[in-house]
Design a protein around this ligand. Structure first.
Ligand SMILES: O=C(O)[C@H](O)COP(=O)(O)O
Length: 272
C-alpha cells in the first residue's frame, strides 16, 4: 500500500465549526449592559462583520446558526456577503406549519444555491437582568468594581434578576449538543454567530474550561474562531488568517498555559 493511501481510503470524517461573536453593537459602543435588549450594530460593527467574512471566505459552510437578536443576525448576513461560494443565506421559518409552507423554496436548483440559517433564542446573550441599559463603568462606581466583575465574568454569580453564566450555559450548551453537534457529526460545516456569554459557555464546553478558567475568558467582537470536529473531538485551530492575535481569545496566565498546550498538540499533529 502506498504511504498515506489508508487515509485516502478511509478519510477521517471532519467538519468545520466557526464561531463568531457579533460585531460592535450600538450599546457596546456606549459601554451599556445589553444582554437580551435587541440592539443593532454600529458602522464599526458592520465593518467587523465584513472583515470576519473575509477571514472565513474559503472555509466551507453548510449551515448557519444565529440567535434571535439582530446584532447576531446582521453579523452573519454581512459576513456571508464575503463568502466565496456566493450562496444565498436564507432564514429557516419553521415556527409554525404555515410559516414552513409560506417560506418554502420549490426550485431544487435554487435551494442548492442557498445556505440555511437557523435562528435559536437559546444562543441569545445572557439576560443581564436589572443591569440592562446601565453603563458598565458607572455601575462599577456605584456597586463596586469587584461585584461588577463577578457579575460579568464569574460562572455562578447572578446579576440582579438576570442569568448567571451557568444558567446561560444550560440553555446554550444544551442547544449546541442537541442541535449543532449532530450536524457536525453528520459531516456538515457549521457557523455559529452569537454573543460574548453564550459563546463563552460554548467554549467552556468545547475547551473543557473550568469555572475558574472561564473567568478570564474574554471574546472580541467580530473575530472568527475555528474548530475542527473529528471523532467526537473539537480541535481548536485559532482564528483564520490571524491565529496569534491576542484579542482572538483573550486570556490570562491560566488560559495562556492552557492555550499553549492546545497549540503544542496541534503542532505535534502537523509534524506527524
Ligand atoms: O451584554 C452585554 O453587555 C455584552 O454583550 C457582554 O457583556 P459583558 O462584557 O459584560 O460580558
Amino acid at each position: 500500500m502506498i504511504r498515506g493511501e489508508q487515509y485516502a481510503l478511509f478519510p477521517a470524517a471532519e467538519s468545520y465549526l466557526i464561531l463568531i461573536r457579533h460585531g460592535e453593537s450600538m450599546w457596546n459602543e456606549k459601554n451599556l449592559f445589553t444582554g437580551c435588549v435587541d440592539v443593532p450594530l454600529t458602522s464599526k460593527g458592520v465593518e467587523e462583520a465584513i472583515e470576519a467574512g473575509k477571514r472565513i471566505r474559503h472555509l466551507p459552510i453548510d449551515v448557519v446558526y444565529i440567535s434571535a437578536l439582530i446584532r447576531s443576525q446582521m453579523t452573519a448576513m454581512l459576513a456571508l456577503t464575503e463568502h466565496h461560494c456566493k450562496k444565498v443565506p436564507i432564514i429557516v421559518h419553521d415556527e409554525t406549519e404555515q410559516a414552513k409552507v409560506w417560506s418554502q423554496i420549490y426550485s431544487e436548483g435554487t435551494e442548492m444555491q442557498s445556505v440555511p440559517v437557523i435562528k435559536a433564542w437559546q444562543l441569545n446573550e445572557r439576560m443581564y437582568g436589572e443591569l440592562q441599559g446601565f453603563n458598565k463603568l458607572e455601575t462599577a462606581e456605584r456597586c463596586g468594581q469587584e461585584q461588577v466583575y463577578k457579575w460579568r465574568r464569574s460562572y455562578d454569580a447572578r446579576p440582579p434578576n438576570g442569568e448567571s453564566l451557568e444558567m446561560c450555559l444550560r440553555r446554550a450548551v444544551t442547544y449546541f449538543k442537541e442541535q449543532i453537534e449532530p450536524q457536525l457529526s453528520s459531516g456538515k460545516n457549521v457557523m455559529v454567530v452569537a454573543h460574548a456569554n453564550s459563546l463563552r459557555s460554548i467554549l467552556m464546553y468545547l475547551d473543557k474550561l473550568t469555572a475558574e478558567e472561564v473567568i478570564h475568558l474574554e471574546l472580541s467582537t467580530g473575530v472568527p474562531m475555528l474548530y475542527i470536529y473529528r471523532e467526537n473531538q473539537f480541535i481548536r485551530r485559532g482564528s483564520p488568517l490571524a491565529s496569534m492575535e491576542n484579542g482572538v481569545y483573550a486570556y490570562t496566565e491560566n488560559l495562556a498555559t492552557y492555550k499553549q498546550n492546545l497549540l503544542d498538540e496541534v503542532l505535534d499533529e502537523v509534524s506527524l
